[in-house]
Design a protein around this ligand. Structure first.
Ligand SMILES: [Ca+2]
Ligand SMILES: [Ca+2]
Ligand SMILES: [Ca+2]
Ligand SMILES: [Ca+2]
Length: 300
């Protein structure tokens, strides 16, 4: 069995069983989820090993796209929602693959004995950023969307991981432990000059840009178990949006910026939830005893 990506094994297994009142939030009746629209890709091991699934944004019609006995993790959409990039160890070690959003036309993009992980498609559709240990430690790389022309983005002996493109394609947020513990950083997409955004003595990870580029949602351990936080893209204006003793992790904005999907162990196993962007009205979309993780939202 291959190890989980760095920092994730404990997170994904750290499933609390705190009381949760159900799918109606404390501030009134939920808005209809269909109003948010689009589809959510996620990762689930409900058939015995991890696969990439896609469902409607209201949780209906989950479809297994990968159907492969290997581990298939970390889906991310192309900007036109027609393809999904993901990581899989189906060829012996973790590589980056793309497929159509119906699971057909699988293409392998990397071929390196090191772990290649957590891909993210650029907003113009032309490039894919990913993490790889191919130089001996975890760095960020970018390649053309067909796998050609791989370039190194970071050059630091620490772990640099989980790239997230700003909606205008000019910046990439990521997390790194280069200053001692895991913090969020942002850099120009074409230049290795990262600027640190968070300063907390506990881990801050998994940045996700709001659709207008003004804010970043992320997961932070600063109050114990990870919760979802939002701050402005310059690191100011921090606010906590979940407060649950279970693990709340991996935020992803809805295409209209009004909601945030995330995964949580609050009902005893990991599920994909969606809440309003202020944290109100969390609703369980997956309701399955297996682990349902890493939601990514696309507009259609
Ligand atoms: Ca699989
Ligand atoms: Ca590899
Ligand atoms: Ca590094
Ligand atoms: Ca579940």
């Amino acid at each position: 069995m291959q190890p989980h990506p760095h920092h994730l094994g404990a997170l994904l297994l750290g499933l609390g069983a705190a009381g949760f009142s159900g799918c109606i939030g404390p501030r009134g009746s939920p808005l209809p989820l269909s109003a948010a629209g689009g589809r959510i890709a996620f990762q689930s091991d409900r058939d015995g090993n991890a696969e990439v699934y896609v469902m409607n944004a209201d949780g209906s019609d989950p479809l297994n796209l990968t159907r492969n006995p290997a581990e298939d993790w970390y889906p991310a959409w192309s900007p036109d929602c027609r393809r999904i990039v993901f990581m899989s160890n189906r060829d012996g070690n973790f590589e980056i693959y793309t497929m159509r959003s119906d699971g057909s036309e699988v293409r392998r993009l990397t071929a390196d004995t090191a772990m290649d992980e957590r891909p993210a498609w650029s907003p113009d559709g032309r490039q894919i950023a990913f993490g790889s240990a191919r130089s001996g430690n975890d760095e960020l790389y970018v390649m053309n969307a067909d796998g050609s022309r791989v370039r190194n983005l970071t050059n630091n002996p620490a772990t640099d991981a989980a790239p997230a493109w700003s909606p205008d394609g000019k910046r990439i947020a990521f997390h790194s432990n280069r200053d001692g513990d895991v913090e969020l950083y942002v850099m120009a997409a074409d230049r290795n000059a990262p600027r640190r955004l968070t300063r907390s003595p506990r881990g801050d990870a998994m940045a996700a840009w709001s659709p207008d580029g003004s804010e970043l949602a992320f997961a932070s351990f600063r109050n114990g178990r990870p919760d979802i936080y939002v701050m402005r893209a310059d690191g100011s204006g921090l606010r906590r949006v979940t407060s649950d003793s279970a693990t709340d992790y991996h935020p992803a904005w809805s295409p209209d910026g009004r909601r945030i999907a995330f995964h949580s162990g609050r009902d005893g196993n990991s599920e994909v939830y969606v809440m309003n962007a202020d944290g109100s009205q969390p609703r369980n979309l997956t309701r399955h005893p297996a682990g349902d993780l890493v939601p990514r939202w696309c507009a259609r």
